[in-house]
Design a protein around this ligand. Structure first.
Ligand SMILES: Nc1ncnc2c1ncn2[C@@H]1O[C@H](COP(=O)(O)OP(=O)(O)OP(=O)(O)O)[C@@H](O)[C@H]1O
Ligand SMILES: [Mg+2]
Length: 333
């Protein structure tokens, strides 16, 4: 079975084909060292062992393992996170071939050619055996590595001519990956990656306010949930923060940091020119202040500016489309 895995720093996104239909699943990265003790009914697999080290999936851990720096890409906790996502997805444990991602800065050399050393390192990292407590294990066979951001534009790039170019802006939890790719995927003009620009600039702000004003240490995952739900449904904010003044302080900090994030993204885009179309992907594409900033910075007409309603899955779905298309071509040839 083939599974496409966008193993981002904050969430693992999976895509696969089952009964002729494309399925997706998302699993947040929130792991602590050492196993959790189970009480009562089992809630699914949460304890894992890799190379003698133990990790547990724990959504409440305020000291969750850091998954937001580059070293994470090759770490044990990353391999565990992939296995946890597989177990949580409902896919029956079995041997699997997987395609994973590396940030552009890791995937490409400074000359825009694939960085074979890093790709090999990533493959070995993902192939390590992970033992899931109380469950049959997934066994990873073949591993393929793709760059972040570029596959997200795969379908759109097929619709563009070679004279046109797509700017793909992938804003994730911790990293901004931007690539300018020629139509028909005929070449990569330029890429840029800033591992310090991400939605965590907003969620870190939430955690700061909570720790300061509310004297409550919350997990990165809880901060994510507060961010995602603060506008539509105030209920989560109310259950976590009883004091209205503190709630207002959290909302104010969110607005402030969203605007800072928008500025940082638009500054990063200044180095690009000559593109004809723009696409925003990643969890950050759900933030209106970011979209507005990218529109302002790129100035392309509305019919050449794309944001899907499913931006967090665009990369993993692009990976799947790319591979299925390649397979079709192989079948025809
Ligand atoms: N509706 C939303 N509103 C605001 N933020 C959102 C929304 N949906 C997701 N996010 C944010 O997007 C971030 C995750 O995005 P994504 O899954 O693209 O990151 P990632 O791929 O794990 O990270 P990276 O690419 O940096 O390694 C989280 O911080 C989450 O809070
Ligand atoms: Mg990502």
């Amino acid at each position: 079975m083939k599974i496409y895995v966008d193993d981002g720093s904050t969430n693992i996104k999976l895509a696969w084909v089952e009964d002729g239909k494309v399925k997706t699943f998302m699993s947040p990265n929130s792991f602590k060292r050492e196993w959790s003790m189970r009480f009562g009914e089992s809630q699914g697999v949460e304890n894992y062992e890799i190379e003698g080290e133990q990790f547990a999936y724990d959504t409440q851990a305020a000291d969750a393992e850091v998954t937001t720096d580059t070293r994470y890409q090759y770490s044990r906790v990353n391999t565990v996170a992939i296995h946890h996502a597989l177990h949580a997805s409902g896919i029956k444990p079995q041997p699997v071939d997987i395609t994973v991602t590396l940030p552009l800065s890791e995937f490409l050399t400074s000359g825009n050619t694939p960085n074979d050393a890093n790709i090999t390192r990533k493959k070995s990292s993902v192939k390590r055996a992970v033992d899931a407590q109380g469950a049959t294990n997934f066994v990873v066979g073949h591993v393929n590595v793709l760059p972040e951001s570029i596959p997200a534009g795969f379908v759109k790039l097929g619709e563009l001519t070679e004279d046109e170019a797509l700017l793909i802006v992938d804003l994730g939890g911790t990293t901004l990956d931007v690539s300018q790719v020629k139509g028909q995927m005929s070449g990569i003009t330029m890429t840029y990656c800033d591992p310090k620009i991400g939605v965590s600039m907003v969620t870190d702000g939430i955690r700061d306010v909570m720790a300061g004003a509310a004297r409550t240490r919350i997990s990165p995952l809880t901060a994510d949930k507060l961010l995602i739900s603060y506008e539509g449904d105030a209920a989560l904010l109310t259950t976590r923060i009883f004091d209205a003044t503190q709630r207002a302080a959290v909302v104010e900090r969110i607005k402030q940091q969203e605007s800072v994030l928008g500025h940082r993204v638009s500054d990063a885009l200044e180095r690009f020119s000559g593109y004809t179309h723009v696409m925003c992907v990643g969890g950050g594409a759900n933030i209106q202040a970011v979209i507005d900033a990218v529109k302002q910075a790129t100035q392309v007409p509305a019919d050449r500016f794309f944001v899907s309603g499913n931006a967090q899955y665009d990369l993993v779905l692009g990976m799947l489309n790319m591979n299925e298309e390649i397979n079709d071509e192989n079948a025809e040839g």
